[in-house]
Design a protein around this ligand. Structure first.
Ligand code: GLN
Length: 304
């Protein structure tokens, strides 16, 4: 498969979308990012890297981070994790408060905000030094010690994070947060603020594509079956109320974030990351989703 040529074709095809959609501005620091960026990077299971566009510029990975927090939480808690968070697609906005109330404080899945806030609580209760341990796991899975938090993004999100604060309060009311609300929100926003480039993100997603090598990073281990199941949750829940559309068009387990990044995997073959800050109304990158749709269409490679 000539991925290089295919990426060039895709880049030409999606160019007309460069100014379609709006970047997230409810997190003030994200409104400062140049929205007209696009990058895509494929890392194959045999170590080849094929890329196009803005692949080295770092962006805020936002909700893509939830794949890493789920990996850590599942490794530390095993199946008991699912008592505190479900694994059903939400069919609702990523920050829905009304659904959490109807579900009486058990978030529908770990990839909506409520679910990831529960994961942050789980990690605070189980890790010795949550901020440090989280970052060292992410650095280890990406094999890159330069990856870090963007404290400006995290502080700016906390300053305006009214809905996430409401979600945390509701979780606490229903008895599904053990730690102090402020501590949990602080850690959750830090996780979302992790900065990576497309090149780094595709590398960090490779262990989810390659189940022939043991998943073991910085003391966090998952069985091949657990990795497969994280892919299943990505497939059904990774794009919130766009998950059906994403599955229909793309057909690869993936996770998006409001920073405009997407990480996805073609199991057994490659991990891919895209970045373009302009989002559709569900909070998913317009150019990124289209690029992945064209990738699986042109290659005729998808999980289906
Ligand atoms: N930090 C963002 C929030 O909590 C993450 C949301 C997202 O990327 N979809 O609102």
């Amino acid at each position: 498969m000539d991925y290089k040529l295919i990426l060039e074709e895709i880049a030409a095809e999606i160019e007309p979308l460069r100014q379609v959609g709006r970047q997230a501005d409810y997190i003030p620091a994200l409104a400062k990012v140049n929205p007209d960026r696009f990058g895509i990077c494929i890392t194959t299971t045999d170590g080849e890297v094929i890329e196009w566009g803005d692949v080295t510029e770092r962006f805020s990975i936002q909700s893509v981070t939830k794949v890493f927090s789920l990996s850590m939480s599942l490794s530390l808690m095993g199946e008991s994790l699912w008592k505190r968070v479900g694994k059903e697609p939400s069919g609702a906005a990523f920050n829905s408060l009304i659904q959490l109330e109807l579900d009486r404080g058990i978030p529908r899945n770990p990839f909506i905000n409520a679910g990831a806030i529960v994961l942050a609580d789980v990690l605070i209760s189980t890790l010795d030094n949550p901020e440090k341990d989280y970052l060292s796991f992410v650095r280890s899975i990406a094999s890159d010690s330069t990856i870090g938090y963007d404290y400006e993004v995290a502080t700016s999100e906390r300053a305006k994070g009214y809905i996430n604060a409401a979600i945390a309060n509701m979780l606490k009311y229903y008895g599904n947060l053990d730690n102090d609300i402020e501590d949990v929100l602080h850690f959750y926003f830090l996780q979302c603020s992790v900065e990576m480039s497309c090149r780094q993100l595709s590398k960090a997603f490779l262990p989810f594509a390659d189940r022939s090598t043991a998943f073991s990073f910085d003391g966090i281990s998952l069985t091949s079956s657990q990795v497969k199941r994280i892919n299943a949750v990505m497939q059904t829940c990774g794009f919130y109320n766009d998950a059906g559309e994403y599955s229909y068009l793309v057909g690869l387990p993936g996770k998006s974030g409001v920073g405009g990044g997407i990480g996805a995997v073609y199991p057994g073959r490659y991990a891919v990351a895209t970045w373009s800050p302009r989002l559709n109304e569900k909070g998913n990158s317009v150019m990124g989703m289209k690029a992945l749709e064209l990738l699986t269409t042109h290659t005729n490679e998808s999980i289906f």
